[in-house]
Ligand binder design. Sequence first.
Ligand code: MGP
Ligand code: SAH
Length: 488
Amino acid sequence: MVHPGHRQSRRLADSQAGDEGSDRKMNTHHLTTSRTNPQFYIFSQLFGNDFNWNNCNWEGIQNVTWEEFWQREGHELLELKWHKRFPEYKDLIDVVSSEEQGLWKELWEKHASDYSDKFWYIFSCAFENYQRYLAKSFGLVVAKNSEDVEQDLQNLSLTNKPIKSKQQRENKENESYLTANNDPEDCDEEQQLRLLGLPTSFASKANIINRQEKKTQYEPSCSDSEDDEDLLTMENSENEALHGVQSGSVKKNKRRQGQLKKHKARMPECMQEDNNKMVKYWVKRFSLFSRFDQGIRLDRESWFSVTPEKIAKQTARRLACDVILDAFCGCGGNAIQFANTCGRVIAVDIDAEKLAMAKHNAGIYGVAHKIEFIHADFLQFAATTKLRPNVVFLSPPWGGPDYQKQATFDIETNLLPVGASNLMQLSRSLASDVAFFLPRNANMKQVVALSGVGQQCEVEHNYLDTRMVALTAYYGKGIIKGSVGEDE
Ligand code: MGP
Ligand code: SAH
């Protein structure tokens, strides 16, 4: 099936808006979320060690990155959506007559027309957010076009509330993310959503910059909705109360407080201390492990450190090899997924209790037999082992959720147990291909510098719905896509 392209579909979508729009629910031109099944996607880019923001054709690079992203993900989203709308298609298409096949084809074209513009609009906003983040983490200040921001907020706001004054907006942008240190019960509804890692309105953090030309091709309206939410959706009853924010003004809500209390009551013992900070991780438990309710075990540190399953899966796809070393295994979020793509997983952690939990969790996913659990300090292990894995994966401690308090996270001074260069050097003594899981606010100059003189790295920014969760940096020609560097 061929993606019809957003220009053509714009025209078709317009002409069809009238017949379907009126009885649709409002609100779906944003990414809503399901904490059990968030939409995962990445923006990814290559950086050379000699990368210089000031000398490069940044706009050109970003255009290519966007095109690549859209070619890859746009079509996939359309297909995903298609199979959700027409689950019978898979079974029927091979047995129906050629006349019926023609009807299916027509239906597909209409489907692609209806949805490609919506998805394009949603993800181009996320991409702008990504660009801005990237600029910031390279230490640059990107000027914003306030008219654009204002217009986009108006288009994308869930609440139709009046646009905030410039000053209010600036204050809001400056406050950056609400962190685990915020108390949900002190927050209003919008803040609680943000604290739970859920989007309040798509553009509130999108920091839209000038994409005027593209924006005018598709301006979503309130009637332009139907069910993007099948793909990008709130699904379970836990989310129900949050829907209020979509149709009315945002205000404190007793029901929500009741829900938070219920969540807290169900949280395990290790999360009870400071449970206001921990509840957001509990709410996301099925996004951390889809099999959570089959008995997944986590200790306190792992609740906020484990890699969400969809991200771990993507990393595992990228790092598929014979032998992988997961140097900071924790409770197994990454190791379990590596076991599905690699021949053998060596999982090291300094904490024996976490390793025991990782083994138990791997059993739930049926992969414990593929993982060798080693209780060791990675620094000592790396210095003494004779093992030569194909790839080393590093997801060291970042110093807890407070990592977010820094505008830019210094990976040389804030990572544990030692700085990123040290970890890289040790890892490279074992394998030339190394991947690093790092905070989204990591200093990008340092991230790129780790690749070494004349070398490249590839950096993936991982998103779950509208949230940039973290980044994964790949080093070594065996794992970088389209690398032009010499690694030996
Ligand atoms: P987070 O920032 O605490 O959560 O962690 P969130 O929901 O993005 O926070 P919010 O307040 O902005 O809504 C995001 C992800 O980073 C977690 O799911 C973990 O996968 C990862 N992570 C967080 N910490 C503190 C660590 C850490 O210390 N080490 C490692 N390896 N990963 C971490
Ligand atoms: N990727 C893991 C989470 C890792 S959190 C997951 O998805 O589940 C970081 C882990 O590093 C913690 O489990 C901590 O016990 C471990 N750690 C800290 N210092 C270490 C060291 N010196 N050597 C090995 N592991 C260490």
